[in-house]
Write a protein that binds this ligand. Structure first.
Ligand code: NAD
Ligand code: ZN
Length: 375
């Protein structure tokens, strides 16, 4: 049975989303239709809406940071049933492939992030339409809609008691940042960590550094308004590159006797990625890239920086396996060991979803949660 519901449709690059009545087809084999309760905005949505450094694909329903409840399941789905509480994730976990079976990896062969696809994997078609005209999906989630269809492997089943207006931000930004530090950089107690970009993802990375017992957490951002808020997340020192004439790598080297032990890049700017790497101490420094770069960006650094024993890494979703690991992160929040409220700076109604974009563009928000269920 087709469902008619409201969705925020991006018709063209950079144009405000329009709330439209869309038709959502029933889930096919191994698919699930879910009712979205809350969805937040992540910078990755903004990049694909602006489509400046990314492939334009319109009309499209964006959105990937969300929480909802299963409405119906397609053929072959046994892990989930109507009424289950779920977090959709842009990078799924089929559970069967070499990546899912590897302890190292979360980039599933079948369900890893694909930003250019726009259709379902099984039949290459969209489940969304308006008057018969298909509307593209986004990263297998498309959560800016009252109902959406995803592959079953892109849904983590979580504690039904969890408040969805809070845990929705674990569906991307907070898990990504925390995991980048805890699972990928793995800082030792007492170490120094530099965080490039103090948005939602960067401050979650700072939170990870604090949990790991880092003694110095240096925040770097072009927006000095971020610094006050960042103190709440354990950031101990701040650097605004605009305040210096010399390269920020040199500034950091001077402040840290040769460089930081770890650096985490959460900006999406390739210059900041290079700076993050070159800010690491030789001999042991590890840099982790998290930001999504322009599609034509090239990372250039002297190979000598590697010969001098620095390590460069990167991650999607903080190396968490979504179905395996997300339920545990939700429990961390339920046990009050992880505070999500501090990340949520704004809340808007579904009709006002474009305001979430404005707040992020102006650098005012960390996470803006949209209430889809209350409209
Ligand atoms: P955000 O807009 O909230 O924060 C980005 C911050 O970076 C801003 O405060 C901005 O001022 C700062 N910044 C931008 N350019 C900079 C530069 N050159 N030097 C220093 N600071 C700079 O965005 P967000 O939602 O926190 O996302 C951060 C990045 O992480 C984005 O690129 C996003 O696409 C990416 N992301 C990646 C993953 C992943 O799995 N790898 C997941 C989620 C988000
Ligand atoms: Zn995201």
């Amino acid at each position: 049975q087709v469902i008619k519901c409201k969705a925020a449709v991006a018709w063209a690059a950079g144009e405000p989303l329009k709330i439209e009545e869309v038709e959502v087809a029933p889930p096919q084999a191994m698919e699930v239709r879910i009712k979205i309760h809350y969805t937040a905005l992540c910078h990755t949505d903004l990049y694909f809406w602006e489509a400046k450094g990314q492939t334009p694909l319109f009309p499209r329903i964006l959105g990937h940071e969300a929480a909802g409840v299963v409405e119906s399941v397609g053929e072959g789905v046994t892990d989930l049933k109507e009424g289950d509480t779920v977090l959709p994730v842009f990078t799924g976990e089929c559970g069967e492939c070499r990546h899912c079976k590897s302890e190292e990896s979360n980039v599933c062969d079948l369900l890893r992030i694909n930003t250019d696809r726009g259709v379902m994997i099984s039949d290459g078609k969209s489940r969304f339409s308006i008057n018969g005209k298909p509307i593209y999906h986004f990263v297998g989630t498309s959560t800016f809609s009252e109902y959406t269809v995803t592959h079953v492997g892109s849904l983590a089943k979580i504690n039904p008691e969890a408040p969805l207006d809070k845990v929705c931000i674990l569906s991307c930004g907070v898990s990504t940042g925390m995991g980048a530090t805890l699972n990928v950089a793995k800082p030792k107690k007492g170490s120094s960590v530099a965080i490039f970009g103090l948005g939602g993802v960067g401050l979650a990375a700072a939170e990870g550094a604090r949990m790991a017992g880092a003694s110095r957490i240096i925040g770097i951002d072009l927006n000095s308004d971020r610094f006050e808020k960042a103190k709440l997340f354990g950031v101990t020192e701040f650097i605004n590159p605009l305040d210096y004439k010399k390269p920020i790598q040199e500034v950091i080297a001077e402040k840290t006797d040769g460089g930081v032990d770890y650096s985490i890049e959460c900006t999406g700017n390739v210059k900041a990625m290079i700076q993050a790497f070159e800010s690491c101490h030789d001999g042991w420094g590890v840099a982790v890239l998290v930001g999504v770069p322009h599609s034509d960006a090239v990372f250039a650094t002297s190979p000598v920086n590697f010969l001098n024993e620095r390590t460069l890494k990167g991650t999607f979703f903080g190396n968490y396996k979504p179905r395996t690991d997300l339920p545990g992160l939700v429990e961390l929040y339920m046990d009050k060991k992880l505070q999500l409220e501090r990340f949520i700076t704004h809340e808007v109604s579904f009709a006002d979803i474009n305001k979430a974009f404005d707040y992020m563009i102006k650098g005012e928000s960390l996470r803006c949660v949209t209430n889809v269920i209350g409209n």
